[in-house]
Design a binder for this molecule. Structure first.
Ligand SMILES: *Cc1c(COP(=O)(O)O)cnc(C)c1O
Length: 373
């Protein structure tokens, strides 16, 4: 099916960004002020974001990938260091490690699709520099346990909370567990802009001072640099969008959670054809991805798409089995849980613009698929 009008679209951006005079008005003010590199709009967003997360500092970047790269560098990651992470993330998590000249050491995931905390200790060597857990789909890994392991082994933590702005674990916000935390404001994340944007948070004075300079060519002022840096600045145009959308994020996540709970309850009836991952009462999931594993995944995917439901797979090929990962020396069977999930996982829309009719339509079609079997 090519370019259909979806009965249940995955992409909610046309809804979110239609008739946005509030954004255009703020952009007109920016044009009049001509503050196009950092400046007041970036400062305002950074202040509001750090209040929202509860961190001491934050540094806005041009995307989430740079937030990860800069965060790793800020932690002192050097070529040859080993970074413990997961094989079921978006490419950027491992890409950022490679960009620093470091080695990703994958640990398998558990039945919640998050880093299996039981497998971390055995992966630590004398070369391990830090642990990079990912909030996959917007749910939280067992972060308190990961903090405990990091402390015991004298390792730092950088959180990939790119999908998890507004999420939490046991009442603590995503991004409050790491020495450094990286977030993305890509259009399909919980806090999103009209293009790219990223954010780093930290409570560490030195890390903050270094990041602030490194993001902006190492500049202390116009005429002096302390260190060699890069340009990873967020666009003020996007800082303005993020600042406006930040006001709505809790309502957006609440609505997604209502949808997710309804889908969980409805789809649980199709067990064991469908397997909803465990949910934790004391965590807040942003549901950037609403995922479950199922029997005959490819059949279900095609059936849903043929019926106008824009279902997807995140992702078909785990990171360790990508061509790019060949030099790392992993092979099929290295991470059984990740591979099992890659072969049976599906993502269906659960975003804040879905109607009850659309939710019921998805449940009906999924039920129909499994009664036909
Ligand atoms: C989106 C995402 C990134 C990359 O963020 P960008 O802003 O697109 O660069 C990194 N890690 C995870 C888990 C993501 O979902």
């Amino acid at each position: 099916m090519t370019n259909p009008v979806w009965k249940v679209p995955y992409n909610y951006l046309p809804e979110q960004f239609k008739n946005r005079d509030d954004i255009f008005d703020a952009w007109r003010d920016l044009a009049n002020s001509a503050e196009f590199t950092l400046g007041p709009s970036v400062n305002e967003f950074e202040n509001n974001f750090k209040k929202y997360i509860g961190s001491k500092y934050c540094i806005a970047t041009n995307n989430g990938t740079d937030a990860l790269i800069l965060g790793l560098k800020a932690l002192g990651v050097r070529p040859g260091d080993e970074i413990i992470t997961v094989p079921n993330s978006f490419y950027a998590t491992t890409g950022a490690i490679i960009a620093c000249g470091a080695y990703p050491v994958f640990v398998d995931v558990d039945e919640t699709y998050q880093m299996d905390v039981e497998k971390i200790q055995e992966s630590i060597t004398h070369k391990t520099r830090c642990i990079l857990p990912v909030y996959w789909g917007g749910a939280s890994p067992r972060m308190l346990k990961i903090v405990e392991i990091a402390k015991k082994n004298n390792l730092s933590i950088i959180e990939d909370a790119c999908m998890a702005i507004g999420g939490s674990h046991k009442g603590i916000k995503s991004g409050r567990f790491g020495n450094v935390s990286a977030f993305s404001m890509h259009p399909l994340k919980s806090l999103n802009v009209m293009g790219d944007g990223g954010m780093i948070t930290t409570d560490d004075d030195e890390i903050y001072e270094w990041l602030k300079k490194y993001r902006n060519h190492g500049m202390v002022d116009r005429d002096h640099i302390d260190i060699w840096g890069v340009n990873s600045r967020i666009q003020p145009l996007q800082a303005i969008v993020a600042n406006i959308e930040l006001n709505k994020i809790d309502a957006i996540i609440a609505k997604r959670n209502i949808n997710a709970r309804y889908l969980d309850e409805s789809l649980n009836k199709f067990s064991p054809n469908i397997n909803i991952p465990p949910r934790f009462q004391d965590d807040i999931d942003t549901f950037s991805l609403y995922m479950f594993t199922c029997k005959n995944r490819d059949g279900l995917l095609n059936f849903l798409r043929d019926n106008g439901i824009d279902a997807k797979i995140h992702y078909l090929v785990p990171l360790h089995l990508q061509v790019a990962a060949k030099p790392l020396g992993y092979s099929k069977g290295s991470f059984p849980q990740t591979e099992l999930q890659a072969n049976s996982i599906i993502t269906i829309p659960a975003h804040q613009y879905l109607t009850q009719t659309q939710l019921d339509y998805m449940v009906e079609k999924i039920g129909l698929f499994y009664t036909q079997l």
